[in-house]
Design a binder for this molecule. Structure first.
Ligand code: PLP
Ligand SMILES: N[C@@H](CCOP(=O)(O)O)C(=O)O
Length: 470
């Protein structure tokens, strides 16, 4: 399998290079040259298989010959062996045709663990084969950072630098990033928003001299391997609810558009998905885009679902590439307008193609809290604020003959204050995570400025590996 950039001007690469490259050299995102298809019998067979077995079948065509099949199988098995639920991503019914797909049984209680636990192993494997090391960078609005640190802490071939917006994540999220003591973990608290962190990260990838000097690699969903690992649970949920014989719909709490883009990929691979519903909080750029045809950034508002406090949804670029018939020049033009004037208008056919696949709805703060309270009262089920936005938007979408699966993207215990304020019940952290709440914190406050972040990364890298970073 080969990969092309959404902006059409970067080298075509294989899976292992895409894994280590992160952002393409032309600023675009890598996507596969073509979409592999799974036969209906293969999808039907998933119903009786373990999560790891399904993952191997779904992921293998994207990896191709780059990683030997036995090695891939072992990494997948190890990645999911540590999840606290035997099904890895169980489905829980909360209403007659509504289910929550619980994606938070990994080590940091967030859906990011599902991909990150595999990504850490894949990167280590490829770096060991090549005899190299990498500087991993990640921008986080709260969850990617903790999951990345958990996946890479103590690994010899990687240093991990996480950029988070100071004061805009929950205490649990911050402590997951600031309490690990391993020397290869570096947490940077930036003055600004997640969008500032992500913009700096992309600028660092655009600085070729810096990128090459530190062997920069990315762990956000701009990295194709993240998306591919997230495709798996759509098949697992679909097969459990009768696919390929029955269609299924998904509502996805959305920020960076990675998770819902993974659903779109599952559909292109043959999963019979009827509707894909984008759920946002007050940061509703995607809802406005579907309503008005104009993608336009506005200031980020802090909410009780902080991981979705995002205005620039990076993976939307991958969808733009698809709905413009994979024409990199069109995507370059739109992205140029976005960086110059903060927005762009979609042409009629592109907008229609997006509307044909996706619906979208927003959920404000009061509705998020109310949904947590009501779902606990009516279904006895405790939602986290992100999942609550999905439940609310799915409810507004109305009752359908097709089962609607809402992605449960985080455990409520990551947001105890917001959950308690909404419903009066304070969710407890699992005992294994409780010590971090009183452990010493370690992080570097920095301005939201690329030069300052690069200088800090270079300093740290030189201190640790002087011989490799001159
Ligand atoms: C808990 C939670 N829900 C939803 C999202 C949104 O997912 P995505 O950025 O893939 O759209 C995030 C962040 O990515 C998250 O951490
Ligand atoms: N919501 C994310 C933001 C980054 O998303 P990613 O999927 O691109 O890594 C977070 O919690 O960090």
């Amino acid at each position: 399998m080969k990969y092309v950039s959404t902006r059409g001007e970067a080298p075509v690469l294989g899976f292992s290079d895409v894994l280590l490259t992160g952002l393409a050299a032309d600023g675009g995102l890598y996507v596969p040259q073509s979409w592999p298809r799974l036969e209906p019998e293969t999808i039907a067979g998933f119903a009786g298989q373990s999560y790891a077995e399904v993952a191997e079948t779904v992921i293998a065509p994207f990896v191709g010959a780059d990683i030997e099949r036995g090695a891939l199988r072992s990494m997948i098995r190890e990645a999911y062996a540590g999840f606290r639920h035997p099904a890895v991503t169980p489905l829980v019914q909360i209403a007659p045709q509504r289910f929550v797909l619980e994606l938070f049984h990994g080590p940091t209680l967030a859906f990011k663990d599902v991909a990150m636990q595999l990504l850490g192993r894949l990167m280590d494997h490829v770096l060991a084969e090549r005899g190299g090391r990498a500087t991993i960078v990640g921008a986080t609005s709260g969850d990617t950072g903790g999951a990345a640190i958990e996946a890479f802490r103590g690994r010899e071939r990687t240093d991990v630098f996480i950029l988070f917006p100071d004061g805009r994540v929950s205490d649990v999220q911050r402590r997951q990033m600031t309490t690990p003591a391993e020397a290869n973990v570096h947490t940077l608290a930036l003055t600004g928003t997640f969008d500032d962190c992500q913009t700096i990260l992309k600028e660092m990838f655009g600085n070729t001299a810096f990128r090459d000097k530190v062997h920069l690699a990315g762990v956000n969903s701009i990295n194709w391997a993240r998306i591919v690992a997230q495709v798996v649970y759509y098949f697992v949920a679909g097969a459990a609810l009768g696919a390929p014989h029955r269609p299924i719909s998904f509502t996805v709490p959305t920020g960076n558009f990675g998770d819902i883009f993974a659903a779109y990929v599952a559909k292109r691979m043959g999963l019979p998905i009827e509707r894909l519903v984008i759920a946002t909080n007050a940061n509703d750029i995607l809802v406005r885009t579907l309503e008005e045809g104009r993608y336009e950034t506005r200031g980020v508002s802090p909410t009780i679902s902080p991981s979705m406090d995002i205005q620039i949804s990076s993976n939307f670029e991958r969808l733009l590439f698809e709905v413009h018939d994979r024409d990199g020049a069109s995507v370059r033009q739109l992205m140029g307008r976005l960086s110059q004037s903060g927005g762009f208008t979609l042409d009629g056919p592109a907008l229609e193609r997006i509307r044909a696949e996706f619906d979208a709805g927003r959920c404000d703060e009061a509705a998020t809290a109310k949904t947590i309270e009501r779902t606990l009262a009516e279904a006895g089920y405790l939602l986290d604020p992100h999942t609550a936005t999905g439940v609310k938007v799915a409810e507004e979408h109305g009752e359908t003959a097709t089962p609607m699966v809402i992605l449960g993207t985080a455990h409520p215990a990551k947001f105890p204050d917001a959950v308690e304020a909404a419903c009066g019940r304070r969710p407890e952290l699992p005992p294994r995570l409780q010590p971090m709440m009183s452990a010493p914190e370690r992080f570097k406050p920095l301005p939201a400025d690329r030069a300052a972040v690069e200088a800090h990364i270079l300093d740290q890298a030189r201190a640790a590996h002087a011989e490799e970073v001159s």
